[in-house]
Design a protein around this ligand. Structure first.
Ligand code: NAD
Length: 485
């Protein structure tokens, strides 16, 4: 892993004077110094991307581009353990997660879109007017242009590649910025792109912060055609303002305050295990996590007790231990944010069923950014802790009586990303799923993904959909051609 993370612009690694530090949240140690891109580097990256678009990349046959996608995937695979180490060092996530989810998904994203672009469809209509004119309308699909991709820290490799792969596969050139909190796997990806000889300017990496820094230089740049962004809803709102003057295309994957509904007829053990996963995976730092759990009254007490027991058995530990379940929060700043909600929950009248503290290890982890997995009960639906995204290992469990009530309370949120429903009544499952005001609904499971399916949220949770043909549609433009016959 490089101790200095540089930019990658027009096929060259570029060092700049201004730097920030990448800190390991496990123990507060320095992972790397990171160069911060100024307006000048963003200008250079956009210029290089435009030149690549206007050159051979923008006109490359699909089959050839597909081969590049597979070469990138092969390049990641060849350095698999380096990517795993980068993800673990930046985030403190358990190595088993990096090995089984984050890096494999990064590889899969390139392979998947490399294959999918061969199926990109266009339309054709034969037209006859009332006066007898005949015409053939056909649509051609073209790359969208120079894409700014900005990603968050919570699943660095998975989410960064989820933007870079479809954008490149559809023939665009990209200026990409990973989160300042987790830049290492994106830096390795730049190395892969370089080593396989991807044409200069097609993939440009700039590192930096968000507002008033690299992120804002990107979104306000007149040479950018579209912005694909994953992060906080508030940041999405800032970016919308930045792109408004240029009326640029946007794809936004934003925050969530997701509900899980557990009916009394659910398979109890599976529901407990499912909610355990959906609340605490990645230390609660997944946009899809369930922070609001609604449990039907007859099983409420039993459910709370069972979830408490399983939560207390989760192992907070060293990331390299295969049996570690929970890592730290990404940073001291984020730890403080989560702790401020722990405090607020007490003020708002929560009962802390378990957790609510900073764990004490008696070793170097005490310098890291840890919080205990936490369960609350007893908050009113109006509590800020139930309306704002915490993005930490915490859930609130509330009882409900009727299906109607559960649907209304689950939908009572400014967000609308995901929901999970636990029931063995098949009719109820489908009815409730269709009534969820969310982009994604899981029945008797959580976070089971097929890359062909649409992914995204409603309301504060985002604009547009990614995945399969939805990504292909976002990352391309169509031109309709009408031929008089
Ligand atoms: P964030 O919004 O703070 O930062 C995300 C990225 O945006 C970073 O690269 C940051 O540097 C950049 N940025 C910040 N301000 C900017 C600005 N004004 N202009 C341009 N760029 C700017 O989010 P985060 O804390 O990194 O990530 C956590 C958030 O992401 C949570 O809200 C989570 O729910 C959300 N998220 C959503 C999804 C999804 O698919 N819906 C997936 C993962 C994370």
């Amino acid at each position: 892993m490089p101790s200095l993370i540089r930019h990658y612009i027009n096929g060259q690694f570029v060092e700049t004077e201004k730097r920030f530090q990448n800190i390991n949240p496990l123990n507060g140690r320095l992972v790397s110094e990171v160069c911060e891109a100024s307006q000048a580097e963003v200008d250079a990256a956009v210029k290089a991307a435009r030149a690549a678009m206007d050159g051979s990349w923008g006109r490359m046959p699909v089959a050839e581009r597909a081969q590049w996608m597979h070469r990138i995937a092969d390049g990641i695979e060849a350095r698999f353990e380096e990517f795993v180490a980068a993800e673990v060092a930046d985030t403190g996530r358990p190595v088993k997660q990096a090995r089984t989810l984050d890096v494999p998904r990064g590889i899969a994203n390139f392979r998947f879109f490399g294959d999918l672009i061969k199926t990109a469809h266009t339309e054709c209509f034969e037209t006859t007017t009332a006066s007898g004119d005949r015409a053939l309308n056909y649509t051609v699909r073209k790359p969208l242009g120079v894409i700014a991709a900005i990603s968050p820290w919570n699943l660095p490799m998975l989410l960064f590649s989820w933007k870079v792969a479809p954008a490149l596969a559809m023939g665009n050139a990209i200026v990409a910025k990973p989160s300042e909190e987790a830049p290492s796997s994106a830096a390795l990806l730049a190395q892969v792109m370089h080593d396989i000889g991807l044409p200069a300017g097609v993939f440009n990496l700039v590192n930096g912060l968000g507002g008033g820094s690299t992120g804002e230089f990107m979104t306000s740049h007149p040479g950018i055609d579209a912005v694909t962004f994953t992060g906080e809803s508030r940041t999405g709102s800032h970016i919308m303002k930045a792109v408004a003057d240029g009326v640029k295309d946007i794809s936004f994957e934003l925050g969530g305050k997701n509900a899980a509904i557990v009916f009394a007829d659910a398979d109890f053990d599976k529901a407990v295990d499912g909610v355990l996963r959906s609340s605490f995976t990645n230390s609660g730092q997944v946009c899809l996590c369930s922070e609001r759990v609604l449990v039907q009254r007859p099983i409420f007490e039993r459910f709370v007790a069972a979830l408490k027991e399983k939560t207390e058995a989760l192992r907070l530990g060293w990331p390299m231990d295969e049996d570690t379940d929970i890592g730290p929060q990404i940073s001291k700043e984020h730890q403080q944010k989560v702790l401020s909600y722990f405090e607020l929950a007490r003020e708002e009248g929560a009962t802390v069923v378990t957790g609510g503290q900073v764990p004490v290890f008696g070793d170097e982890r005490d310098q890291g950014s840890w919080v205990q997995p936490t369960i609350w009960t007893g908050l009113p639906d109006s509590a800020r802790c139930l309306r704002e995204e915490v993005f930490g290992p915490v859930c609130h469990i509330a009882p409900f009586d009727t299906e109607e009530e559960a649907v209304a309370r689950a939908n009572d949120s400014a967000y609308g990303l995901a929901a999970a429903i636990w029931t063995q009544d098949i009719t109820r499952a489908h009815n409730v799923a269709q009534r969820m005001r969310a982009g994604l609904v899981w029945i008797n499971t959580w976070y089971l993904r097929d890359l062909r399916t649409p992914f995204g949220g409603v309301r504060l949770s985002g604009i547009g959909r990614e995945g399969g043909r939805h990504s292909m549609d976002f990352y391309s433009e169509t031109t309709n051609i009408c031929v008089k016959l």
